[in-house]
Design a protein around this ligand. Structure first.
Ligand SMILES: *[C@@H]1O[C@H](CO)[C@@H](O)[C@H](O)[C@H]1NC(C)=O
Ligand SMILES: *[C@@H]1O[C@H](CO)[C@@H](O)[C@H](O)[C@H]1NC(C)=O
Ligand SMILES: *[C@@H]1O[C@H](CO)[C@@H](O)[C@H](O)[C@H]1NC(C)=O
Ligand SMILES: *[C@@H]1O[C@H](CO)[C@@H](O)[C@H](O)[C@H]1NC(C)=O
Length: 480
């Protein structure tokens, strides 16, 4: 530790390190071993990690590293944390205090819930989120962590509302939670914690009819929104400044903002593709680190990319793209070139893939061509319901397969998800194991990873099941 401190003193920031963080979600049938993920984070000089829960194995895997960690209480824990300060004390003791100090984990943040004010939750967590935050912050203070560890509530951009004329400068809090947001911002300001918000330009594009493609990216020169003396060429800046406006009108114009999630998925629907994801992410990283900021907040923008890895066990209620938000594939291989330093200091390094990945044996499960195609669809449906077929949805990387190809894709997913168990490549005799890679063109048939215990202890839970694209804007391009 002493050695590290000296190093940190000599170099205020690690050379080439990015100040952007990443979200590390673990809802995957084939999770990479935690130790390999941590090596990957370090190889990529990522210094900040946001978690969605407080999984002990994940947290412990970062012990002795410099990674700044955000641990989280899930929405389901909010009611009990709100109801009883003692519950928050127990939470902080078990999920924060036990890991820190000595050669421990550098926990810097606690997320209390995840987008609890999302309007599609119909108020389910509305009354408990803020009291839970108060109790957690008090518990952090009781444990002596108040100056080192801050608690906040990651919010979806739908805490904002943009009434006519739909301009950033006219943005308010959503009326049904305006008084909660006033209390929240007052509280965050008093504890020195940031406002955390998630933005999804991808969802704006996919969910809004006639949304101009260029407005989702950062390379447009069109003056899409003219707001007094400010001009907005991208939806990110407009949304960010909508938040700045709401904070300002609540009395906290300088409250720090951290973006909790922002990213672009790569499969499952047409606009979720590698080319768009690479453009968006590289433009985003450059924009955030360049210091240009937004019209209302010049300067470097802080935040966490969504996400580190694909998570194939997530619900696809938000859309088939939901399992494909990783900047890396499920196995830590690189999807596309990205310089996490934003090229701000010249041409920076590219992503470094995970090393020593423990793959299962190199074999796949495909349709046995001699068996005829009877009962194929029902077996395909069964495999898809227990696996992940989102790449074969319209617009996905495997969407041009034949019915037989679809069945092979589904059977292979099931086979890999079940850790290639004997008997899991049968499907009433329709399937067979092969050592010939069946991948074609853009469609990759994957090989699973050796099982780890992590997933079996912490199976898929409900995270944000419902997402929201963003606020409505007055786009000059759109016909009224
Ligand atoms: C610590 O966090 C985990 C995972 O989020 C949760 O299940 C557990 O109940 C928490 N501990 C306490 C004492 O609340
Ligand atoms: C869009 O904004 C302009 C001002 O820039 C305003 O005149 C117009 O009424 C707004 N449109 C709508 C639909 O509110
Ligand atoms: C901006 O990026 C998008 C996404 O890659 C691309 O389709 C578009 O052509 C680019 N526009 C300009 C002006 O470079
Ligand atoms: C393959 O599966 C996808 C997703 O279920 C479906 O949209 C597509 O129509 C299927 N293709 C054929 C040829 O059955």
């Amino acid at each position: 530790m002493t050695k590290l401190r000296i190093l940190v003193l000599c170099f205020p920031y690690l050379v080439g390190a990015t100040s952007l963080g990443v979200n590390w979600g673990t809802m995957s049938y084939n999770p990479l071993p935690n130790s390999i993920v941590v090596q990957m984070l370090q190889a990529n000089k990522i210094t900040q990690v946001k978690l969605f829960d407080a999984n002990p194995d994940v947290i412990k895997s970062m012990a002795g590293t410099d990674l700044e960690v955000m641990v989280a209480a899930s929405n389901d824990e909010l009611a009990s944390l709100a109801a009883d300060p003692a519950a928050a004390v127990a939470w902080v003791s078990e999920n924060v205090t036990q890991y820190i100090g000595g050669n421990g984990v550098n926990i810097k943040w606690v997320a209390v819930g995840n987008e609890p004010f999302l309007s599609s939750y119909n108020g389910m967590y509305q009354d408990v989120a803020f009291p839970a935050l108060q109790n957690v912050q008090q518990a952090l203070a009781n444990a002596g962590h108040a100056s080192d560890i801050k608690a906040t509530i990651p919010c979806n951009a739908d805490v904002l509302s943009s009434p006519p004329p739909y301009l950033p400068s006219q943005t308010t809090w959503r009326p049904d939670i305006a008084s909660i947001m006033a209390q929240l911002t007052q509280f965050l300001s008093s504890t020195g914690a940031p406002f955390m918000v998630n933005f999804y330009p991808f969802l704006s594009l996919v969910l809004t009819t006639n949304f101009p493609l260029a407005f989702a990216f950062f390379n447009s020169t069109a003056n899409n929104i003219v707001d007094g003396s400010h001009v907005y060429t991208n939806v990110f800046d407009a949304s960010y400044d909508g938040l700045v406006t709401a904070l300002t009108n609540t009395g906290f114009p300088t409250l720090p903002i951290i973006i909790g999630e922002i990213g672009w998925p790569t499969d499952g629907v047409l606009d979720a593709n590698i080319q768009f994801a690479q453009s968006f992410m590289s433009q985003l990283v450059t924009h955030m680190l360049s210091g240009t900021g937004t019209p209302l907040r010049p300067g470097v923008l802080n935040g966490y990319l969504f996400s580190l890895l694909d998570e194939d066990a997530k619900s696809i209620l938000p859309g088939p793209f939901e399992r494909h938000w990783g900047i890396f594939n499920y196995d830590g291989s690189v999807k596309y070139t990205l310089d996490l330093t934003g090229g701000v200091n010249g041409a920076g390094p590219s992503l470094v893939p995970a090393q020593n990945v423990p793959y299962l044996p190199t074999k796949w499960c495909v349709v046995n061509p001699n068996m005829g195609l009877t009962e194929l669809q029902s077996n395909l449906d069964y495999a898809c319901n227990h696996g992940d077929c989102t790449a074969s949805y319209p617009g996905g990387s495997c969407s041009s397969l034949t019915l037989e190809g679809n069945a092979s894709y589904a059977f292979n997913n099931y086979f890999q998800f079940t850790d290639q168990l004997p008997g899991s490549c049968d499907f009433q005799g329709l399937a067979e194991v092969t050592t010939t890679n069946p991948s074609t063109g853009t469609c990759e048939f994957f090989v699973g990873l050796q099982p780890t215990t992590a997933f079996h202890c912490y199976g898929p839970s409900m995270r944000s099941e419902k997402r929201f694209g963003g606020v409505s804007w007055n786009l000059s391009i759109l016909a009224p």
